[in-house]
Design a protein around this ligand. Structure first.
Ligand SMILES: Cc1cc2nc3c(=O)[nH]c(=O)nc-3n(C[C@H](O)[C@H](O)[C@H](O)COP(=O)(O)OP(=O)(O)OC[C@H]3O[C@@H](n4cnc5c(N)ncnc54)[C@H](O)[C@@H]3O)c2cc1C
Length: 474
């Protein structure tokens, strides 16, 4: 029997991972469409100012499933470097090392914060009230106490997701906050103490040509094995199959040219709301209405090229405080530690926003001023005016888990699952706040479910149970 034709929408990790695995296992003929100029999606990289830059701070976490880690190692070889994490958090006007170090907590932590946290920890061991409701605020308050929440997680959450913690779902806390309870937080601190250290704690993996090298390597390997991957091709509309034997017909455009592509299976890694709206027919009104009730947080990356060898020794700075508008600043040169280029470095600041709000429309000049003000406000001013400031925009950076989001997402999810030969997966497709290694895992799982022309929905349902246990790492 001929291999089924699988059309994949999106060339992020979920897309390129599936294209490669289909080709490697000979389970399907993959044709992938990516609208951008590079593979990797939000986890991609581009070259500017003589170095590789990512879309915000990206690291490969040691929590990566062993089989995915083995694949990445085989594809990247010596190009995948093992690096120590060396960041810091601006907490109440003081810098705390990240990963947490016991010495910092003892000597550098703001006294009222330290006492408040200890009081909260003691109170946690007394019989108390269970969390009221299932919101980001109630779950974290019950697990971490008021002090850490009010001073750290809650202002950070407002900046990251654009909503107060009371309006966010408890799921956001469980998925995103890796140190979800005092016990885990204490274990994290102990990880820094020799003797208590878990293997891989405080370290990360990073490729020499930027984080996007991971996806580029998957894409090259997929092509070498016969898959067709197209860059600069944007899906415009989708005509669902008329019956069980007819194909999907996808209209795609590139540089003014349009083409209609046919496939037996359609695998989508683009936002599920965009997927539903792209269908030319057959989508119930209730599903279209649900697309307006889920949303993704957008993000602007502000890059500033400086004429100095190094801005600081740290890979990343985290800014939970409400008065600093950016959430994180990374210095990509410190991630690969190759020392290139000589004499200059680039900073990358993450500024969450909403698609088309006033921040989204800011000019590079305004963004440069905002960055300079924020850094000066935190006591790390730019050493001189940057040589260059430029920006990149991610329309769908984070799924926003508003309280009750499960209902509209459930409608979309059930619709996608009910359409034969359609699969919506990856971070955008499953509305999952996941890491790159999770997206690659989903890609392999999808291929494992394709046997001949049929997609094994029951097996996929089992995989979905595994995906639900993913915890996002920062
Ligand atoms: C600021 C930030 C920091 C992060 N840090 C880390 C980290 O340290 N470690 C980590 O593992 N993960 C990190 N992540 C998460 C990581 O980026 C994602 O897990 C990963 O990108 C998900 O891959 P994906 O393929 O599912 O989706 P995406 O990367 O979003 O890929 C979807 C692709 O679909 C394409 N597309 C959309 N519409 C169309 C269309 N109409 N036609 C054609 N193509 C289309 C997009 O261009 C995109 O390339 C971070 C994310 C952000 C935003």
């Amino acid at each position: 029997m001929a291999e089924p034709r699988v059309l994949i929408l999106g060339g992020g990790p979920a897309g390129v991972g599936a294209a490669r695995e289909l080709a490697r296992q000979g389970r399907g003929r993959a044709l992938l469409l990516e609208q951008g100029a590079h593979f990797g999606g939000n986890a991609g990289s581009f070259e500017a100012c003589g170095q590789w830059l990512d879309y915000g701070s990206h690291r490969l976490h040691p929590a990566t499933e062993p089989e995915i880690m083995a694949e990445i190692r085989a594809l990247l070889g010596e190009d995948l470097r093992d690096r120590p994490r060396h960041g810091r958090i601006r907490l109440l006007g003081k810098w705390i090392h990240f990963p947490l170090k016991p010495v910092d907590l003892l000597l550098r932590l703001d006294k009222s914060f330290a006492l408040g946290s200890l009081r909260d920890m003691a109170a946690k061991h007394l019989p108390g009230r269970p969390p009221e409701g299932d919101t980001f605020a109630s779950v974290l308050r019950a697990n971490l106490g008021a002090t850490i929440c009010d001073e750290f997680y809650f202002p950070y959450a407002v900046k990251l997701w654009g909503h107060t913690p009371e309006l966010l779902s408890g799921v956001q806390a469980k998925k995103r906050v890796a140190a979800g309870s005092f016990g885990k937080l204490v274990r994290k601190v102990l990880n820094a103490v020799p003797g208590f250290k878990k293997p891989g704690a405080g370290r990360f993996f990073y490729p020499v040509r930027g984080f996007g090298q991971i996806s580029e390597a998957y894409a090259s390997d997929a092509r070498a094995r016969g898959a067709e991957l197209r860059l600069g091709w944007r899906m415009q509309s989708i005509e669902p199959p008329r019956d069980a034997r007819s194909p999907w017909r996808v209209t795609a455009a590139s540089n003014g040219a349009t083409e209609v592509l046919e496939a037996d299976h359609l695998w989508s890694t683009i936002p599920i709301s965009v997927l539903a709206n792209a269908m030319t027919s057959g989508v119930p009104a209730e599903v279209l209405e649900a697309t307006r009730r889920i949303s993704y947080r957008s993000m602007i990356l502000i890059y500033a090229q400086l004429q100095v060898e190094q801005f600081t020794e740290y890979d990343a700075h985290y800014f939970p405080g409400a008065t600093t508008r950016i959430t994180r600043l990374s210095e990509p040169k410190n991630y690969s530690a190759l020392g290139r280029p000589a004499g200059t470095t680039v900073l990358c600041a993450e500024l969450p926003c909403t698609l088309d709000d006033a921040v989204w429309r800011m000019s590079d000049e305004e963004l440069g001023r905002l960055l300079a003000e924020d850094l000066a406000g935190c006591g790390i001013p730019l050493p001189a005016a940057p040589l260059k400031v430029f920006s990149r925009r991610l329309p769908a950076a984070y799924p926003i888990y508003l309280r009750g989001y499960e209902e509209p997402f459930g409608i979309l999810d059930r619709w996608a699952e009910s359409v034969p030969r359609l699969l919506s997966y990856g971070r955008q497709g499953l509305f999952a706040h996941d890491n790159t290694h999770h997206a690659l895992f989903m890609a392999n799982a999808a291929v494992a479910c394709l046997g001949g022309a049929a997609f094994d929905q029951a097996k996929w349902a089992d995989y979905r149970q595994l995906f639900a246990k993913h915890v996002v790492e920062d």
